[in-house]
Write a protein that binds this ligand. Structure first.
Ligand SMILES: NC(=O)c1ccc[n+]([C@@H]2O[C@H](COP(=O)([O-])OP(=O)(O)OC[C@H]3O[C@@H](n4cnc5c(N)ncnc54)[C@H](OP(=O)(O)O)[C@@H]3O)[C@@H](O)[C@H]2O)c1
Length: 335
C-alpha cells in the first residue's frame, strides 16, 4: 500500500495551554494491518478535554502520551483493510485511533457502529464516550429523583448538555451554568433546561440561590474551581456532588484550586464522588441502547460542533478551553 499518513505527535509537554511547538506534524507510510488487525481511514477525530491531562507526565487513570507518540484520541472512520473476521472492509468503527489520518487497530479494540442510524459524529458524542459519561455519572452516581433539582456546569457542552436532558427525563428540575448568552439560549430552548446561569456575566452563587430556591440535590460538575465552591454553598441534605471534570483547572500552572466550601458536605450529610467513564465499560451497551431509544423517539437532542481540516487539530483542541464549542466538538478529516 503506497498511501501517505499524517499524524500529530506530542513533541513536548505543555506548560499551561498547549502551544504549536508542543506538536510535530509528521508524514509516514500507511501501515499494513497484521493478523487480527484492521486499517481504518479516519473520518472524524473527537476533541476531548481529557486530552490535555493525557499530555502531562503525571499519575492518572491512564499512562501519559509519550513524547514522540501519536496523540491519543477517540476517533471514527471506515475500515479500508481487514485481517479480522469480525470486521469487514466498509464497516464504520470508533475507537482510540489517535490524531492521524489512518490507524491500525486490533479488531477487538474498535466498536462497529451503524451510520445508517446516526451519523458518525453522534457515535463520538451522545452515543459515545461523552454520552456514556453523562448517562452513568448522572444516573448511577447522581440518582436524580422526580422533583429534585439538578445543577449542571458546562451545560452547553457534550457531557453537560446530555446530563441536563437526562435529568429532565427523570422528572428533575434542571439548572445549567454556561458561558455566554447564546449558549444559555441554546440550553434553555433546544435542550430544555428550566433555568440557566451565564457565569461570564452573572454572579454564579446568587444565580444558584435564585434558580434553586429549594437548594441543589444533585450537582454534576464539569468545571471545578470557583463554580464548584458556589454549588457546594447551596447543596441540600443528602446531596450528591459528581466530580466529572474540572476543565477550569486543566491548564493552570500553579496549584489546582480545590473547594473551600467542602464542609458543606459534612453538615448536609452529602457525598462528593469522582468517576471515570471507563469504570462503566462493561455496561456501555446498556447505556447506548437506552440513549439510542431516546434519540430515536426525539426525547434527546444531540448537538455536534464539527470543525474541519486535519491540519487545524492544534487550534481546534484549544476551542474547548476557550469555550468556543457548543455540543460535542469533533474534527472532520479530509474533504
Ligand atoms: N470523568 C469522565 O470519565 C469524563 C469523561 C468525559 C468528560 N469528562 C469531563 O467532562 C467535562 C466536559 O467535557 P466535554 O467533553 O463535555 O467538554 P465540553 O463541555 O463540550 O467543552 C468544554 C467546555 O468547557 C467550558 N469551559 C472551558 N474553560 C472553562 C472555564 N475556565 N470555566 C468554566 N467552563 C469552562 C467551555 O464552555 P463555556 O463556554 O460554558 O465556558 C467549553 O465549551 C470536562 O471537564 C471533561 O474533562 C469527564
Amino acid at each position: 500500500m503506497d498511501l501517505v499518513n499524517h499524524q500529530f505527535q506530542l513533541a513536548a509537554r505543555p506548560v499551561g495551554l498547549p502551544k504549536p511547538s508542543d506538536w510535530s506534524y509528521v508524514e509516514t507510510p500507511v501501515p499494513e494491518p497484521g493478523d487480527g488487525e484492521v486499517l481504518v481511514k479516519v473520518e472524524y477525530i473527537s476533541l476531548d478535554p481529557a486530552m490535555r491531562g493525557w499530555m502531562n507526565d503525571a499519575r492518572s487513570y491512564v499512562a501519559p502520551v509519550g513524547i514522540g507518540d501519536v496523540m491519543r484520541a477517540l476517533a471514527g472512520g471506515e475500515v479500508v483493510a481487514s485481517r479480522n473476521p469480525d470486521v469487514a472492509v466498509g464497516d464504520h468503527v470508533t475507537g482510540l485511533l489517535g490524531v492521524q489520518e489512518y490507524a491500525v487497530a486490533h479488531g477487538s479494540a474498535v466498536i462497529k457502529v451503524d451510520t445508517s442510524l446516526a451519523p458518525l459524529p453522534v457515535y463520538l458524542g451522545t452515543l459515545g464516550m461523552p454520552g456514556m459519561t453523562a448517562y452513568f455519572g448522572l444516573l448511577d452516581i447522581g440518582r436524580p429523583q422526580e422533583g429534585e433539582t439538578v445543577l449542571v456546569s458546562g451545560a452547553a457542552g457534550a457531557v453537560g448538555g446530555i446530563v441536563g436532558q437526562l435529568a429532565k427525563l427523570k422528572g428533575a428540575r434542571t439548572v445549567g451554568i454556561a458561558g455566554g448568552a447564546e449558549k444559555c439560549r441554546h440550553a434553555l430552548e433546544d435542550l430544555g433546561f428550566d433555568a440557566m446561569i451565564d457565569y461570564k456575566s452573572e454572579d454564579v452563587a446568587a444565580g444558584i440561590r435564585q434558580h434553586c430556591p429549594q437548594g441543589v440535590d444533585v450537582y454534576f460538575d464539569n468545571v471545578g474551581g470557583e463554580i464548584l465552591d458556589a454549588a457546594l454553598a447551596s447543596i441540600t441534605r443528602g446531596a450528591r456532588v459528581i466530580i466529572c471534570g474540572a476543565i477550569s483547572q486543566y491548564n493552570v500552572t500553579d496549584a489546582v484550586r480545590g473547594p473551600s466550601n467542602y464542609l458543606a458536605l459534612l453538615v448536609n450529610h452529602a457525598t462528593m464522588t469522582g468517576f471515570v467513564v471507563s469504570d462503566y465499560g462493561a455496561r456501555y451497551m446498556e447505556g447506548a441502547t437506552e440513549m439510542a431509544g431516546w434519540l430515536a423517539a426525539g426525547e434527546l437532542v444531540s448537538r455536534e460542533d464539527v470543525a474541519e481540516g486535519f491540519e487545524n487539530f492544534p487550534d481546534t483542541l484549544l476551542r474547548l478551553f476557550r469555550g468556543e464549542n457548543t455540543g460535542k466538538l469533533v474534527l472532520k478529516v479530509g474533504a
